[in-house]
Ligand binder design. Structure first.
Ligand code: 13P
Ligand code: SF4
Length: 317
């Protein structure tokens, strides 16, 4: 299947016929991003899914994102073009792991990144995404212990910004972001000293970016730790002429669209998420034709998970 005009017409025809809304995460293939009704970060897409009046949501992203849409809209049909599109970060904690961790810290408030399964969300007090993790943790009274899972790099970032020492952080990571490392970032930054650095907080190099700023190797105002949605906003706001981007490489497409005059370059151009890339033009077409793969979350789990997801979409509006 070629992503040509005939493909685009057929996809849009089927979307209308099914009364569907087509959502795409910023890491999707460019042709998938371009045909979607909305492209954005996890938080923005969750909000759109919750507010949409369409009867079907077609989620071009990974499984936990589609599951989150289903949790928020249990009466809608939620489709993901390939249900094998998982997430190594979501796989790094199970509901049983979390229950055991909670038992060791009675009374602690559990904050889970949205990159988790519905079962983990059901054991969670408040979910967050990279764009509101700091606001979520800051909203918890200072004397309450916090359990933050599953991403250790985002957790370290939140701990640093909130200055909180009663936060315990799970040792999970995303294999794609963890591999974007400090030495690589330092080398790229030294080759292009005037560039802005856009760094996703899931990256292994987020701490190194702040170290480079702290040591004066990179001007501190050039280092920006941002969610994918905030990267697009910053692309429109910055006066830099070149930007080094530390995140999954699908992100470059929206950045280049947002600011065509800026030279955006990946810190690590091998940082591609194979799960995100499972959503191919052929998979999207099959999904719309066959009404597959449908995402199901059992009603009791969804009801328990909904409270924590709803808090997430309310905080940092
Ligand atoms: P954002 O929430 O910043 O879009 O990041 C999500 C992510 O890493 C999904 O893989
Ligand atoms: Fe998960 Fe990492 Fe892929 Fe995002 S980039 S979906 S966190 S494996």
């Amino acid at each position: 299947v070629e992503p040509d005009a005939a493909w685009r017409d057929e996809v849009r025809r089927l979307v209308d016929q099914r009364d569907a809304v087509l959502l795409a995460h910023n890491y999707q293939l460019p042709e998938i991003q371009d045909i979607a009704d909305f492209t954005g970060d996890s938080l923005a897409l969750s909000r759109i899914a919750a507010e949409s009046s369409a009867s079907t949501i077609v989620f071009c992203g990974v499984h936990f994102m589609a599951e989150t849409a289903k949790i928020l809209s249990p009466d809608k049909t939620v489709l993901i073009p390939d249900e094998r599109a998982g997430c190594s970060l979501a796989d790094s904690i199970t509901a049983a792991d979390l229950r055991e961790w909670k038992a060791q810290h009675p009374g602690a408030v559990v904050v889970s990144y949205v990159n988790t399964t519905a079962e983990v969300k059901a054991e969670t007090d408040i979910c967050c995404t990279s764009s509101n993790a700091v606001d979520v943790v800051a909203s918890i009274p200072a004397d309450r212990e916090v359990l933050f899972c599953p991403d250790q790099f985002l957790g370290a970032h939140v701990k640093r910004v909130t200055g909180r020492d009663n936060i315990h952080i799970w040792a999970g990571e995303c294999h794609v972001h963890a591999a974007i490392n400090g030495p690589e970032l330092a080398e790229r930054a030294s080759q292009d000293p005037s560039a802005d650095l856009f760094v996703h907080p899931e990256c292994g190099c987020a701490t190194s970016a702040l170290y480079l700023a702290g040591e004066g190797i990179v001007p501190p105002e050039k280092v920006k730790i941002l969610s994918t949605g905030d990267m697009v906003k910053e692309a429109k706001a910055t006066n830099a002429t070149s930007v080094l981007v530390a995140t999954e490489i699908g992100m470059l497409h929206q950045l280049r669209k947002a600011a065509p005059e800026i030279d955006f370059r990946a810190v690590n151009d091998r940082a591609s998420c194979r799960y995100m890339k499972m959503i191919t033009p052929a998979a999207l077409l099959r999904s719309l034709r066959e009404n597959k793969d449908e995402v199901h979350v059992d009603l009791e789990t969804a009801a328990r998970a909904r409270a924590s997801v709803q808090r997430m979409i309310e905080i940092g509006q």
